[in-house]
Design a protein around this ligand. Sequence first.
Ligand SMILES: Nc1ncnc2c1ncn2[C@@H]1O[C@H](COP(=O)(O)OP(=O)(O)OP(=O)(O)O)[C@@H](O)[C@H]1O
Length: 781
Amino acid sequence: MLYGKLDERRAETAGLLARVLREETTGTPQAVSERDAAAQMYSEQLATLSAVEQGLCFGRLDLDPDRPPPPSIDGDPGPIEGLDQDVLYVGRLGLLDDQHDYEPLLVDWRAPAARPYYTATAASPDGVRRRRHIRSRSRRVTAVDDEILDLEEAARVGATATQRTGLTGEAVLLAALSAGRTGRMGDIVATIQGEQDRVIRSSANGVVVVEGGPGTGKTAVALHRAAYLLYTHRRQLARRGVLVVGPNPTFLRYIEQVLPSLGETSVLLSTVGELYPGLAAHRHEPAAAAALKGHVDMAKVLATAVRDRQELPRRPIRLHVDGEPVVVDRDVVAQARTRARRTRRPHNDAKRTFVREVVDQLARREVDRVGRDVQGGGNLLDRGDLADVRAGLRADPDLRAVLDELWPTLTPPRLLADLWTSPQRLRAATRGWSGADRDLLARDAAPADLLDGAWWSSADAVLLDEVAELLGEDDTAAREAEERKREADEAYAAGVLEILAMEEDWDPELLRPTDVVDASVLADRTREATYASAAERAADDRTWTFGHVIVDEAQELSPMAWRVLMRRCPSRSMTLVGDVAQTGARGGASSWAEVLSPYVAARWRREVLTVNYRTPAEIMAVAADVLAAIDPTATPPESVRESGVAPRAVAADEAGLVEAAAAAARAAREAVVDVEGAGRVAVLAPGERVDGLAAALGVAAGPTGAADPTVDLAAEVVVSEVADAKGLEFDAVVLVDPAGVVDASPRGLNDLYVALTRATRSLVVVHPDALPTVLGRLDAA
Ligand SMILES: Nc1ncnc2c1ncn2[C@@H]1O[C@H](COP(=O)(O)OP(=O)(O)OP(=O)(O)O)[C@@H](O)[C@H]1O
């Protein structure tokens, strides 16, 4: 019945979309944009209706008719569907019965009425007597699991009340967790657990930090929270959009299907390095350089670098304007510069003040000199003359060139490229720094195309955003481009009209196209329709501010990156998800208070997730020893299950290492990849071993090259360094050279912890040297 309803809704929406697209508009820009907006709305609705096909309905609640009303919720109440019904079906979207007074047939999982589906327990049943989990494949129900939460009801049907483990829908959950991985993250709507639900539905206001060890569902929770917030605060959030920030492009690809599968499209997924429009920075740089660029001191360095571009002439510059001598000297420029700086406006904006002040002073000098009344002691020239002199100076190309030299209009890439490639500028901006640090920033010549992504690293892209703030927007180029496009459109339209006018056998009694439209009107009508959603528009606009920002693996961000994100979210409605024990970046966080205090002082709240859904207990025991070495006070998350496969260590000498690792990977593939192609293996190793291992296994080493800087997630076996596997998971992990991983960075133990916790089933550690002592448990096994 529900699928029938869904098909009806799809057909209706497709019909509406087709009608809108066929409709003639009156051709005015307003009518065109109204039509585009309607088309966009129906396309999005259609996408949502298609996205919910799999597992449309996954739950049923049988409620106590005498239950108390649900507690009020934060923000918009949202649709209150189903609050007074005693049997509710819960699913991926809400469906109403238009034949019967719009009774809810299916309740959206995010609606208040659906909440007990996730939170009710035997101890606190929330009015729920029975919770049914419905599993389906395509449009067929494959299994039904009931949880009886009401003791009397349990006795009546001869069942024992469930909740032995505190897990909701244990059978469905365990089935989901032990399924083979596909290389892409899936949604968890059917099995969200109580502690996760609390975070997902927590208030949109302010900053919430979600902490939890590996595999506790932080990523899953963050994405479902985005979907929940969009549902509950649709009006505000769809307009401003939601930004989800991840640590690298591979991770974004890993999670990119989750929100669309929940029917949500107004979300922009990005790394911080990709937020600078028009630039796809992908240069790999040493970790030390990236850490230095992320340090908060860079804000001062960049501010100095911008000030250093506001120069004083070394010696007076002599010009002739309208035949009169003009001298631009240090005093004039210094005074104008002080005035311009005092405006506290960004560099490119303040230039206007600078130019005005220089011109003004030169004009006064000129008037003083030319008009001085030697006998009377006054001045023979009046205000009108002063204005004329000013206008003459302002229009003079030589003076303009001099002022452009002294206070150049700059773009962010220009300023930063000049800074990196000029030892002199770099020295001036980093006074007091060591030569070694400065060398980490210095670069050879910049490319002709300053937006060439191969030249910039993602730490650079973050700095470009900071520089853009210091320089201010210079939209001259954008405006000129728009103007050029408009002219080209008009020229094309004029050509079209000309061809039509040449038509020989046009009936003289009939109107010709040229009688009713001219080139400008035609250009308007044929303007490309822009179906830009909030997310698409936000991606092209550096100054766009989002309604909510979600940061995953937030511990990896540098202080400079935090500055970018805080600028994008002045409302500070944010969800930050992370685990400081997994921090790999040298400039990353070791404490949330330290990260957040400059922006929100102590006004942030903390939520903790405690259950590990990914890593089986056997592997987590090994990882817990590593966690204790990182932070003896930390508590490892508790694994929800055992896999029955003990993790193993395999010793190999250096010569046989690659072969031993390859053999382990082949065996793992044999064990985990099923007939349908589900099941994934990762070989994780220090960076310098990756290519050799990939060659031995005959697979591409990830990341797969500059143009596509991502690990190939579709591959059954992936070879990658640990940093690129952050946030991902695999059925089996072969970890090669653990001591090498530990030694590779000051946060090597954290990387080891990340590597150990990627597996959902099995772990093999292949080691050339003695096993690091933190992995002693493996030796004993
Ligand atoms: N309630 C749940 N139901 C089903 N699967 C879940 C649930 N919670 C988490 N998972 C699964 O557990 C795995 C780990 O989740 P996730 O990647 O969100 O953890 P994480 O805390 O972000 O881990 P890490 O810090 O290691 O990146 C994923 O496969 C996720 O789908």
